[in-house]
Design a protein around this ligand. Structure first.
Ligand SMILES: Nc1ncnc2c1ncn2[C@@H]1O[C@H](COP(=O)(O)OP(=O)(O)OP(=O)(O)O)[C@@H](O)[C@H]1O
Ligand SMILES: [Mg+2]
Length: 317
């Protein structure tokens, strides 16, 4: 099947800044794909190129099999976009903006009004629809951005940092809206984020990008497994905590204390659990609430970007 989005060897320079240095990936139809990377990684550049708002220096982008630069009008017809910096006029009301967007996409007056009402309802904006966007909260603006992007019923949606700046409640509400677009409406979604837990909770697959290059690509679980280690987590009961800690150090463990729990990264969790148990028993303590888990995406990200840091440091010397 033709991928919804196909990106091959994409490169873009701004003067001597290499914003994209040869990125390739596919987003399958019906997939929720996340691009994860720190500030300046090249996420927005990639989104602008996929949206046909900017040209790559090299490489190709296809959306639904149509190549950017050849069939931009056809791409825009099937693509809904919300950029990081929204182009929405804060001195119009949400209702006016949606209606105008509908007319710009060629809907008749009654069609545009009907679609506007549908979108306002879907995104919980009906009550504020007659207010100037200037008065909207961050969460309302993000939902309006999304509604605008969906006006012409695109099959592929591209969102640049859709949840940045939202509080946890609004972020989770937006996650649910995004999940519904993919699971219920069978849209394809490419989004960028700086939040690891967002990529983990939301995305089918994730690409880490760093300085315009892919650092890793896979499902959140793949990426965690690729790290090769597990996280052993437990509390202890009884015994002497000081003596237990000394026994852990003696056994070459590096414990982290997290909210009353002890965490240890391990390449051989089954073996290490036995060694931990022995250390506890020797100091009169018992392991409780023992769990063996894959590491979080944070751990993956830190390990990838700490390599990057070393490189920067090495060049500074
Ligand atoms: N129009 C431009 N002119 C000059 N340099 C640019 C331009 N757009 C982006 N860059 C540079 O390209 C690099 C990638 O920028 P980009 O905005 O794509 O990163 P990003 O991953 O979206 O970052 P952020 O998380 O901060 O939004 C950065 O070094 C940036 O300064
Ligand atoms: Mg950006």
């Amino acid at each position: 099947m033709t991928p919804a989005i196909e990106i091959r060897n994409l490169a873009k320079n701004y003067g001597n800044v290499e914003a994209l240095a040869g990125i390739s990936f596919d987003v399958a139809s019906g997939e929720l794909f996340g691009l994860l990377g720190p500030n300046g990684a090249g996420k927005s550049t990639l989104i602008r190129i996929v949206s046909t708002l900017e040209r790559a220096d090299a490489g190709t982008v296809r959306v639904g099999g149509v190549e950017a630069g050849r069939g931009d009008a056809a791409i825009r017809a099937q693509l809904g976009v919300a950029l990081q910096e929204t182009g929405i006029d804060p001195l119009m009301t949400g209702w006016e903006i949606l209606l105008l967007t509908g007319r710009l996409y060629g809907l008749s007056g009654p069609q545009a009004r009907q679609r506007t009402e549908e979108l306002l309802t879907r995104f919980g904006l009906t009550e504020v629809s007659r207010r100037l966007v200037r008065t909207y909260s961050g969460g309302m603006r993000r939902r309006l951005d999304l509604a605008v992007a969906l006006m012409h019923e695109p099959s592929v949606i591209v969102l640049d940092e859709p949840t940045t700046g939202l509080d946890p409640t609004n972020r989770m509400a937006l996650w649910n809206l995004l999940r519904d677009l993919v699971r219920q409406d069978h849209k394809t979604l490419l989004l960028t984020t700086q939040y690891l837990e967002e990529a983990d909770a939301l995305c089918d697959r994730v690409m880490f990008i760093n300085r315009g290059r892919s650092a890793a690509l896979g499902t959140p679980d793949d990426l965690k497994r690729a790290m090769g280690y597990s996280l052993i987590q437990f509390t202890i009961e009884g015994g002497d905590l000081e003596a237990f800690q000394a026994a852990l150090r003696q056994a070459q463990f590096v414990p982290h204390f997290q909210g009353g729990r002890i965490q240890i990264f391990s390449l051989e969790p089954e073996v290490d659990v036995l060694r931990l148990d022995a250390a506890a028993t020797a100091t009169g303590a018992r392991l409780r609430h023992l769990e063996i888990k894959p590491p979080s995406l944070d751990d993956v990200f830190l390990s990838l970007t700490s390599g990057h840091q070393e490189e920067v440091d090495a060049r500074g010397n």
